[in-house]
Each structure stands twice: as C-alpha cells, then as structure tokens.
Write a protein that binds this ligand. Structure first.
Ligand SMILES: CC(C)(COP(=O)(O)OP(=O)(O)OC[C@H]1O[C@@H](n2cnc3c(N)ncnc32)[C@H](O)[C@@H]1OP(=O)(O)O)[C@@H](O)C(=O)NCCC(=O)NCCS
Length: 183
C-alpha cells in the first residue's frame, strides 16, 4: 500500500469525479466543483492526499510511510483520493498563500494523516515556491478544525463578522512557515 501527497498540475477525469464527490460530501455548501478544481490545479496549488496499491507515476511530492496512519486502514477499490489542500496566492505578495480549502476523508481522521498532509504541503510551498506565510479562515463553530490548526502551529489573528455573508463569520488564522521549517 502506498500513501503520499501528490502535487496536481492537471486533474484527470477520474480524479475530478472523486474530488467532486468529496467536496460535496465533506465541504457541503463551501465545496467546489470541477470548474474551480481544474483552475486551482493549473493556476494555484492543489495537493491531494492519496492511498493506492502502488506508487503512482504522477509528480509525487511526498511518500509517507503507511505506519504514519495510526490504525489499520483498508483500501477501497477504485478510490485513491482521501483529502485535498487548495492554496491561492495574492497578486501583491508572492511569498504568501491562502489555504482556501482543506479536508481529509472521515475514515482517516484522528490518525495523524491530516497533520502529515498539511506539513508536506507547507514544505513543498516553502521549498518549491518560496512561500513564507500562510493564512486561512475557519468557522468559530468548527471546533475540531480550530483545534487541528492550533495544534499545527496556526494562530488566530482576527475574527471577521459576515466574512462569507450575513451570519457567516470566520476566524482568520496565520502561520509563518519560513521560520518553522528552517529552524
Ligand atoms: C479539519 C481536519 C482536516 C482535521 O483532521 P483530523 O484528523 O480530524 O485532525 P486531528 O484528529 O489530528 O486533530 C483534531 C483535534 O481536534 C480535537 N477534536 C476532535 N473533535 C473535537 C471537537 N468536537 N471539539 C474540539 N476539539 C476536537 C482532537 O482531539 C484533535 O486534537 P488532539 O490531537 O490534540 O487530540 C478534518 O477533521 C476534516 O477534514 N474536517 C472536515 C473539513 C473541515 O472542517 N476542514 C477545515 C475547514 S477550514
């Protein structure tokens, strides 16, 4: 069994179907579809957490030992994508990235897989694209995600009311990866 993180430059038809299913299932109304996923792969950064019987040919950026997923895990035939991380970059600051979407499949939660996935993305963004800082927004109600980001070195910077429209406030969190990874 192979576990790792893939940096996507063009998403195949099968992978688009898998990603659209996960986006809708996990992210609900904030999920995106193929019309956003493909531009993210082409013009932003889309990483996927993948599990497969063997190492894929694509530009794999990080091979994780299967042991990094703490409990037994059973492969689902015809399925490889178990998580996605979507980053965009502002025009005015090429050393900064915004984590626009991040999730892993429910079957992998609480096993350290999400932390491994995020750390691999951060390392690649720093080493490959000179990204030094990352920010993201998270709902105050999403206690699990808040705890996860704090555990992974993100600090709450500000609270913005109505960030995504009336009643959809967000906590903005930031991390300086330049110092952490080079330390
Ligand atoms: C956010 C996400 C990627 C984190 O991955 P994960 O495997 O669940 O994360 P972990 O289990 O490593 O860490 C979550 C932490 O929250 C804690 N936690 C779990 N449920 C919690 C709850 N209801 N309230 C508060 N903390 C909670 C866990 O105990 C854990 O902390 P610990 O490791 O110190 O014990 C994953 O849960 C996910 O994909 N969620 C759905 C999508 C989502 O919300 N994405 C973020 C949008 S901004």
């Amino acid at each position: 069994m192979w576990i790792g993180v893939v940096e996507n430059f063009h998403i195949s038809n099968n992978k688009l179907i898998e990603l659209e299913r996960l986006e809708s299932l996990i992210m609900g109304e904030s999920g995106v579809n193929s019309y956003t996923l493909q531009p993210l792969a082409h013009y932003a950064k889309l990483f996927t957490l993948e599990i497969a019987p063997a190492r894929p040919d694509s530009a794999v950026i990080y091979d994780a030992p299967p042991a990094s997923i703490a409990a037994p895990f059973f492969l689902t035939p015809s399925r490889t994508v178990y998580g996605a991380a979507e980053f965009i970059r502002p025009f005015e600051d090429g050393a900064h990235a915004h984590l626009f979407g991040f999730y892993i499949d429910e079957s992998l939660r609480g096993r350290g897989a999400a932390s491994m996935f995020l750390a691999a993305c951060e390392t690649r963004l720093l080493e490959g694209y000179s990204i030094g800082t990352i920010d993201l927004s998270v709902s105050e109600q999403n206690a699990r995600a808040l705890a996860f980001y704090i555990k992974n070195g993100y600090g709450a910077a500000e609270k913005v009311e109505d960030y995504y429209g009336a009643g959809r406030g967000r906590i903005i969190m930031r991390k300086t990866i330049r110092d952490v990874i080079n330390a």
